[in-house]
Design a protein around this ligand. Structure first.
Ligand SMILES: NC(=O)c1ccc[n+]([C@@H]2O[C@H](COP(=O)([O-])OP(=O)(O)OC[C@H]3O[C@@H](n4cnc5c(N)ncnc54)[C@H](OP(=O)(O)O)[C@@H]3O)[C@@H](O)[C@H]2O)c1
Length: 342
């Protein structure tokens, strides 16, 4: 197989190289999958530099998210969930490769009608946003939801899920192009959060369009950036502020008196740990997402302004992701469908 193997940590993505490695053999516990598309994540950039919390012993193949076709089922499994030829997506170490081994728990079926490119970016973003908005913040029809970094990977999922649940969405993003994308995925209002007065813009919108309690601000804040402190200025009584991530690079400290005075909740979400602590919710979240897909209320968010074809384009894709130049999920097409053996 061909793969991006890391034998020593690199300074940046442009130092990564594609190499030839033995194709993995079918295994007792894992599916062998031919990868068609790989999703990029910011943590890939940290991992190749040795700066991530999960660093496998060197050497290892980079990349985590993928979509592809089952080439072999686990040899020790009498009743595998997927059969040879099934289209699957998932996450496992080593996605920047033509082949990967992955356990059943890390795989899901590619939704009907979906491309591998769109499916390769689904495994992390969609459940993070669904779990946060539906299971943690209890989004309801009529709620107003403020989604920060709304054109990012988790942001675009959050916009779609909030809309599908009957909410009104105010989206923030740092460029005109990103605000245009947030609108195209359903946001009702967009705001440039690089302007320091953005909380006033949110308050103005709520005062103009909402009734009663809602005149003071939004009901839910979805925050993958680290903007809880400022968002407290424009949240309504009983509001919920979801702590999703710290894309801006700083972990905030919040004055708790404001949480008390506004009668709001600050709610965290650690999606990756649900498989360990709350397995039943993992199934419920994916059922909710697949239902929205079937109803045509949730679509793939693969970045389309530029294409990344072949493993050789992984360094360029990761550089673009790290440079904050992209929107949605940056996906690399690993194998051209015509070259596939299936
Ligand atoms: N809690 C969980 O379980 C969970 C799960 C998945 C991801 N996350 C976290 O959620 C965050 C976002 O993930 P993502 O996949 O949506 O990432 P992404 O696609 O790279 O989007 C991040 C967005 O954050 C904004 N941003 C603000 N300040 C930034 C900065 N200094 N550098 C880079 N971007 C900045 C950018 O939008 P603008 O240019 O519009 O500002 C960018 O589009 C990450 O911190 C990730 O670790 C958490």
């Amino acid at each position: 197989m061909r793969a991006i193997q890391v034998s020593q940590y690199v300074k940046g993505p442009l130092d990564l190289k594609v190499t030839e490695l033995p194709t993995p053999s079918p295994s007792p516990d894992n599916y062998l999958i031919e990868i068609h598309s790989a999703g990029t994540n910011f943590f890939d950039l940290l991992q190749i530099q040795g700066k991530y919390q999960h660093q496998p012993p060197l050497p290892w193949v980079s990349g985590a998210e993928f979509a592809g076709t089952v080439l072999a089922t686990p040899t020790a499994s009498p009743k595998p969930k997927f059969k040879v030829g099934d289209r699957v997506f998932g996450a496992s170490q080593g996605a920047y490769a033509t082949h990967i081994l992955a356990p059943e728990i890390a795989l899901l079926p590619v939704p009907e009608g979906w491309s591998f490119e769109d499916a390769a970016g689904l495994f992390v973003t969609a459940p993070t946003s669904y779990g946060g908005l539906v299971h943690r913040a209890n989004v309801q029809p009529g709620d107003w939801v403020l989604v920060h970094a709304a054109a990012g990977g988790v942001g675009l999922s959050a916009v779609q899920i909030a809309k599908a649940k009957g909410a009104t969405v105010i989206a923030t993003a740092g460029t005109e192009r990103k605000r245009e994308v947030a609108r195209a995925f359903g946001a009702d209002y967009v705001i440039d959060y690089k302007q320091p007065t953005w909380p006033d813009e949110v308050k103005k919108l709520c005062a103009a369009h909402r009734k009663g309690n809602g005149k003071a601000g939004v009901d839910i804040v979805y925050d993958p950036v680290g903007m809880i402190e400022q968002s407290l200025k424009c949240v309504a009584w009983n509001g919920r502020l979801l702590v999703i991530g710290f894309a801006a690079g700083k972990i905030e400290k919040v004055a708790l008196n404001r949480v008390l005075l506004k009668n709001v909740s600050i709610v965290g979400l650690h999606w990756g740990q649900y498989a360990k602590h709350e397995k039943e919710t993992v199934g419920a979240v994916w059922k909710g997402i697949f239902d929205l897909v079937k109803q045509g209320k949730f679509r793939g968010t693969a970045f389309t302004d530029e294409s990344f074809v072949g493993l050789e384009s992984v360094p360029r894709a990761l550089k673009a992701l790290g440079g904050r130049e992209t929107w949605g999920k940056v996906v690399v097409k690993v194998v051209d469908g015509k070259q596939s053996k299936l």
